[in-house]
Design a protein around this ligand. Structure first.
Ligand SMILES: Cc1ncc(C[n+]2csc(CCOP(=O)(O)OP(=O)(O)O)c2C)c(N)n1
Ligand SMILES: [Mg+2]
Length: 391
């Protein structure tokens, strides 16, 4: 049992005698888990009916298929030397998409690097994400009207950014909230705990969305979190928390809707653990076959969020093979057009980076810009070398 009784050995005898109170329960809780449409096609009408209107479901399905196709294309771009690296989203499309579907357009959506589907739903152009992974800074210039931040590769930073953004919104009396996305591995970073602690204690309206895909590159989630759920970490911060089947778009929408409503009403944070799985490698720089059991991957392929909606729509006669073929053609064209736009972007002018560094450019940099030479640097370097060698 996890209580500390009898009192520790270094307590004095009289202190033990003064410890007459019975053992009571200071706090107890349970973690709820929500699932509406499972991989066998079973649908919980009581929770799911009317949750996503059919026309929206068709659009959401198209968004997931487009994202999956873009993943496949990006993988080939990287393999043929046309992209630096790329983290596939394959298998995790429903988490960010369901959340993005629920968020207001002017709420902050503060992501890491595996939330393409949700970002595209918000209107972030596909080429922005491609440009980022092609190493073009312009892929990080998120249009202001999308209320998103650039892709965050340093693990954990974005949770603090989201907390700050939501705090600023609350301070200014704005209605917007923030939702931030991170992995199971990130929930072991100090930044995660600082963000949760700060948000809970200062009552900041943030939804913390952990996408537990069971792996942090080659580290299994059990190494990062020894508790049975990631969701329970939020209890330590006094936050409401819940677990959801993250491959079930309906359940994600339901849980996100309840959580955002709660956050808006109370102005405090809420935690959601979305249980999912990355079907691909961590990034194109990884080969997951070296550390993952193929049987595990196959099991999760059977829980694919896209197949689940496909089967559901077919079972309700909303969908058929002809519609599927037409949709795939449309999605492929949209993804290929985005690649063409990303690859066709005009190279920046060489002087442009001088323009954004200073309000007023110092004279030595004016010289560098105008001559495209670094004599000013060279001069000061050789001057300081001379100075140090004379001592
Ligand atoms: C601060 C920091 N440490 C280490 C890394 C290297 N790194 C990149 S992704 C990753 C694993 C992240 O795992 P998780 O949070 O579960 O996200 P997932 O990739 O599974 O979505 C690590 C350790 C990094 N990018 N930043
Ligand atoms: Mg992970």
């Amino acid at each position: 049992m996890g209580y500390s009784y009898p009192p520790s050995a270094n307590m004095t005898r009289s202190a033990i005698a003064d410890f007459p109170m019975p053992i009571t329960t200071a706090f107890s809780t349970e973690i709820k888990r929500v699932s509406i449409l499972d991989e066998h096609g079973s649908f919980d009408e009581s929770l799911g009916k009317g949750l996503i209107p059919d026309p929206d479901l068709l659009r959401l399905y198209e968004a997931m298929v487009t994202c999956r196709i873009l993943d496949e294309i990006a993988f080939r771009l990287q393999r043929s030397g046309r992209m630096g690296t790329y983290p596939q989203n394959m298998g995790q499309e429903a988490t960010s998409l369901g959340a993005s579907y629920v968020l207001n357009k002017d709420d902050w959506m503060v992501t890491c690097y595996r939330e393409n589907c949700g970002l595209f739903w918000r209107g972030v152009p596909m080429e922005s994400i491609l440009l980022h992974w092609m190493g073009d800074e312009r892929g990080n210039a998120m249009p202001r009207e999308h209320f998103t931040t650039p892709i965050a590769v340093p693990i954990g930073t974005q949770m603090l950014h989201a907390t700050g953004l939501a705090w600023a919104a609350k301070y200014r009396g704005e209605k917007r909230i923030a939702a931030t996305f991170f992995g199971d591995g990130a929930s072991s970073e100090g930044d995660f705990h600082e963000a949760c602690n700060f948000a809970a204690n200062l009552e900041i309206p943030v939804v913390f969305v952990c996408q537990n895909n069971f792996w942090a590159i080659s580290s299994p989630a059990t190494v990062n979190c020894s508790a049975p759920t990631v969701a329970q970490r939020a209890i330590a911060y006094g936050m409401p928390t819940i677990q959801v089947d993250g491959n079930d778009l309906f359940a994600v929408v339901k849980v996100m809707r309840d959580a955002t409503a709660w956050v808006r009403e109370h102005g405090k944070p809420h935690f959601i653990e979305m249980v999912t799985y990355r079907l691909g490698d961590h990034t194109t720089a990884d080969d997951a076959r070296r550390y993952r059991d193929q049987l595990e991957v196959d099991k999760w392929k059977g829980r694919d969020p896209i197949t689940r909606i496909f089967n559901y729509m077919k079972s309700r006669s909303l969908w058929d093979d002809a519609k599927e073929a037409a949709l795939r053609e449309r999605c492929e064209k949209a993804a290929n057009d985005a690649v063409a736009r990303a690859e066709g972007i005009v190279d920046p002018q060489k002087n442009e980076f001088f323009d954004s560094m200073y309000h007023e450019l110092p004279a030595d940099l004016v010289l560098q810009r105008d001559t495209r030479q670094t004599h000013s640097l060279g001069q000061s370097e050789s001057a300081s070398l001379t100075a140090s060698s004379s001592h």
